[in-house]
Design a binder for this molecule. Structure first.
Ligand SMILES: C[N+](C)(C)CCCC[C@H](N)C(=O)O
Length: 302
């Protein structure tokens, strides 16, 4: 089983330590810059106290200072490398199994979109399982609104990612760490299939046959692949985040369908699109940078 893609997937999002790459830190930087966006989006999706994006930003800043925007960040940076490596590694190896072509041969013998979709879904399914516990901890930490380091204010429930994981294990058992994982699998499986179809489709569209796509093409195709997958993933993303927050103060939902039905009943169809603008805005730079460094690394090892 070729492992380059696992490695490239790993490095392409956690390149801070690869000091010789001109592109180093790009995806890391993108995650750093977009984390405030993520925190706001998770809060908008799961808490009803905010009137909108601006209100949420102002309240977060007023109560928790700038630190409030960076809650739950060290953890996603470490986990994103693992998860991305699983996604790209499984994707490429599934394509190899389906089409008997390696990454290098795929420009000359392009796989069909059906195969790309199947491989993307397989990668998405496995990455969702790896992501589940990390994502749960991230969502729980991002939803803590207690200000950090303020004398006299109430202690936040979780002191950090490790404390959060230990508390969940103690209070809710190992299955507690996988709360919401069904919604996560439903969110990621088809949408990551689409992610790779969009990326490949755009690359092929703008690249003369047999040639490698230019850096600009890779950036644009990667960015749009991110946007396309996030737009379609948003409904399940909302449900996933709500299921993950459930269990914190007793159980509100009997299951995923109950969560969907009761969210819809109380908040209307709009609830399934909460956070979509922010998700997509963040998706462009993150995925443009991820694909650019991924392709760059693989071309170095050719
Ligand atoms: C499928 N879904 C859109 C949910 C996730 C796509 C993941 C791609 C990338 N790691 C990112 O964070 O944007």
């Amino acid at each position: 089983m070729p492992v380059e893609e696992f490695v490239a997937g790993w490095i392409s999002v956690s390149t801070a330590w690869v000091t010789w790459l001109p592109l180093r830190e790009q995806p890391w930087l993108a995650h750093f810059l977009t984390n405030p966006v993520l925190s706001i989006q998770v809060r908008l999706q799961t808490q009803n106290t905010y009137r909108g994006i601006v209100d949420c930003i102002l309240k977060t800043y007023r109560h928790e200072s700038v630190l409030g925007f960076f809650k739950g960040m060290s953890f996603p940076i470490a986990s994103v490398a693992l998860v991305n490596s699983v996604l790209f590694g499984v994707y490429s190896n599934t394509l190899l199994a389906l089409t008997a072509t390696s990454h290098q041969e795929r420009r000359a013998q392009p796989p069909s979109y059906t195969n790309i979709f199947i491989a993307g879904c397989t990668g998405g399914l496995l990455q969702a399982y790896c992501l589940a516990p990390f994502d749960l901890i991230k969502v729980r930490l991002q939803n803590q609104t207690e200000p950090r380091m303020k004398i006299g204010s109430s202690e936040p429930r979780y002191r950090g990612p490790v404390h959060c994981a230990a508390s969940i294990l103690r209070e809710e058992g190992p299955q507690g760490l996988f709360r919401g994982s069904w919604a996560l699998v439903l969110r990621d499986t088809p949408t990551l299939g689409m992610y790779f179809v969009t990326y490949e489709g755009l690359c092929r569209q703008y690249t003369p046959e047999g040639q490698n796509p230019s850096s600009t093409t890779v950036l644009v195709a990667g960015g749009f692949a991110g946007i396309a997958s996030w737009i379609t993933a948003t409904p399940f993303d909302v449900i996933k985040s709500r299921m993950q927050m459930d269990g914190l103060k007793g159980r509100k939902y009997r299951g995923m369908l109950h969560c969907m039905a009761s969210s819809f009943r109380q908040e209307g169809i709009g609830v399934f699109f909460k956070g979509m603008t922010l998700n997509s805005a963040r998706a462009f730079p993150v995925n443009a940078a991820t694909f650019l460094s991924y392709e760059y690394l693989l071309s170095l090892w050719r």
